[in-house]
Ligand binder design. Structure first.
Ligand code: DON
Length: 594
């Protein structure tokens, strides 16, 4: 080791120690909003090989932000208390899988807008042994679901796939989390669920971010049973209020004792399916009995000497990301970050990958997915050849509809294991249906299916036949939990996002920022993002994300442009001496490490 490197490692260790202390929040209290920081007075020195980034003047997130640094292990999630739950389990001898599961159950308590037991998700797992696995616990359509169940008598797509009792797929979260733990965890389920049960039973202090959500979603919460818990006496819980969830605590205790059967069978399943049926819902005990999480081989691909491990279908995330990166790999180097050509090449690559995504992908148990072809570098070369130097290419056909609430967790432990996990109930508070006896929200994931193939849906978007509704089928997802290994096969980066189709573009963007633009992790997440999903045929760029001159040039090239948020990434990266963790400055998450 060189002298500089020794000094750097020493600095990182010192920082890690201070940070571990600065992250200790009293039990049950949250302090959202204070994303990664070094603590007062410390100056962040980027790891070797990382270059300072520069963003447009009006861009709200400054470059040079400090990450949270930890020597041994790191958990990054959208809720500080949930990240702490993961670290608590790691400190008790758990591995990255234990920590991911603990964090997921804790998110179901402290982050009800997206954390869940009433939804589903995916985990990509890199084991210290070198083995890589993935688990798919995406929801499935209920047995009573029909292809046109969201088409009204007037032929128009209704709102029932988004809000209310018919919007939910059969939840997969509990099956997936318990199965992942049983196979790859080190601790018993009851131990791993302790923090979540404690948070539900003893309560926790609502922070300003959560309070704002309760306020914004007051009507939905009151409409379908969540009012008594989250909007008591007609007033949304405010910052500083203590939220206890006895019904959820009971459900979690039952799961901790009985495993998946505690949720999918017995009194809890009977009572919540009865409540749902009374509202007009169609998920039955038979649906629950049949539900299975599925182990899958992660997609393994290379990008500029790195190995990527990411989620195969039923998520479209991995395929679309790899197809995009394969197209971009042929441009060496990529144009300067933030330039017109940067926006043109990234936008064009995403556009092409999304054309395939929208038409060809679906649940592999129901449709034949051309996975090999779509992730083949020669195929990408043929798409690359269709990008014109100075002009936008109009999109030929069929897009997807967008959802808005999901949450991603990145975990790495001291033994070399890592987990990228994304979970969702789709939109904020899912379908809005809160089941009082069991204390959780049901998802509105049915909206990720094609409500009507070939016809624009209520958002003016169209999806393909491959993703049409069929009983027992998984609806296509965009979730993109991803692990990047360095040239020596060690975990370099763990990342993923929320944001519907923008999950794919925001996660890919962060990878490009780290690999091509050599940004620090914090800059990679702070950097302006762009998104193209084929249709609508517009290049979406975050507001003030590029200069006015670049905007003008893009319009002159034939791009329609729009602005708006693009994803919310939580990521960690290996650095000399440990890990950096960064929660997206667009959200209120927080990394915790030790
Ligand atoms: O699985 C999907 O692709 C969507 N249900 C994800 C929705 C989402 O990310 C909303 N989050 N902000």
């Amino acid at each position: 080791m060189t002298a500089t490197r020794v000094a750097l490692v020493a600095l990182l260790i010192a920082v890690a120690t201070r940070d571990a202390v600065s992250q200790a929040t009293p039990r049950g209290a949250t302090d959202a909003g204070a994303a990664g920081a070094l603590g007062s007075g410390a100056r962040y020195i980027p790891p070797p090989g990382r270059r300072p980034a520069r963003f447009p003047v009006a861009w709200p997130f400054p470059a040079g932000r400090a990450p949270v640094v930890a020597r041994r292990a790191m958990v990054v999630s959208d809720a500080p208390l949930a990240s702490q739950a993961g670290v608590e389990v790691l400190r008790h001898g758990g591995n990255a899988v234990d920590a991911a599961v603990a964090t997921a159950f804790a998110l179901a308590v402290v982050y009800p807008e997206a954390g869940n037991i009433g939804g589903g998700g995916y985990m990509v797992i890199h084991l210290a042994s070198g083995r890589n696995v993935a688990i798919d616990y995406r929801e499935v359509a209920p047995l009573a679901a029909t292809r046109d169940m969201y088409v009204g008598p007037d032929g128009k797509v209704t709102e029932a796939s988004v809000v209310g009792p018919l919007a939910s797929g059969v939840p997969g979260a509990v099956a997936g989390l318990t199965e992942a733990l049983a196979r790859h965890g080190a601790l018993p389920l009851a131990e791993v669920m302790k923090p979540a049960i404690r948070l539900a039973e003893e309560g926790f202090v609502v922070d300003s971010a959560l309070a704002r959500r309760f306020g914004d979603y007051r009507d939905l919460l009151q409409k379908f049973g969540g009012g008594a818990v989250f909007v008591p006496n007609g007033e949304p819980l405010g910052p500083g209020a203590r939220l206890t969830q006895p019904a959820l605590a009971r459900t979690l205790r039952t799961i901790a004792t009985r495993g998946r059967a505690g949720f999918y069978e017995g009194p809890i399943a009977e009572s919540w399916t009865r409540e749902l049926a009374a509202l007009g819902g169609i998920i039955t005990l038979e649906d629950l009995r049949r539900y299975r999480a599925v182990w899958r081989q992660p997609i393994r691909a290379t990008y500029r000497g790195h190995t990527l491990l990411t989620m195969p279908p039923s998520s479209s995330g991995g395929v679309t990301m790899i197809e995009t990166l394969n197209i971009l790999e042929g441009f060496r180097p990529l144009p300067p970050f933030g330039s017109t050509r940067w926006a043109h090449l990234l936008g064009s690559a995403f556009q092409r990958a999304f054309v395939d995504r929208n038409a060809k992908l679906g649940d592999p148990a129901f449709v034949n997915v051309p996975l090999k072809e779509l992730t083949d570098k020669r195929y990408a070369a043929s798409l690359r050849a269709t990008i014109r130097a100075e002009r936008a290419t109009p999109t030929p056909a069929a897009p997807l509809r967008e959802g808005t609430q999901t949450t991603h967790v990145s975990v790495a432990d001291s033994k070399g294991n890592a987990v990228a996990m994304t979970t969702t109930i789709n939109e904020l508070f899912g379908s809005g249906i809160y089941l009082p006896s069991a204390g959780f929200f049901l998802n509105d994931e049915m909206d990720d299916f094609t409500s009507r193939p070939g016809v624009p849906n209520m958002f003016g978007l169209v999806q393909g036949e491959a993703n049409a509704i069929q009983p027992g089928k998984r609806m296509l997802s965009a979730m993109s939990p991803t692990i990047v290994l360095d040239a020596r096969g060690r975990v370099l980066l763990v990342a993923g996002s929320r944001g519907g189709p923008r999950i794919i573009t925001s996660t890919t963007g962060v990878l490009l920022n780290v690999i091509d633009y050599r940004m620090t992790l914090a800059d990679a997440l702070s950097a302006p993002r762009l998104h193209h999903q084929a249709l609508p045929d517009t290049l979406r760029i975050e507001e003030n994300g590029v200069s006015a001159a670049v905007q003008d040039s893009l319009r002159a090239m034939g791009y329609g442009t729009s602005s708006g948020s693009i994803g919310q990434v939580n990521a960690l990266m290996r650095v000399p001496g440990g890990f950096e963790g960064v929660a997206d400055p667009r959200g209120s998450g927080r990394p915790v490490g030790y």
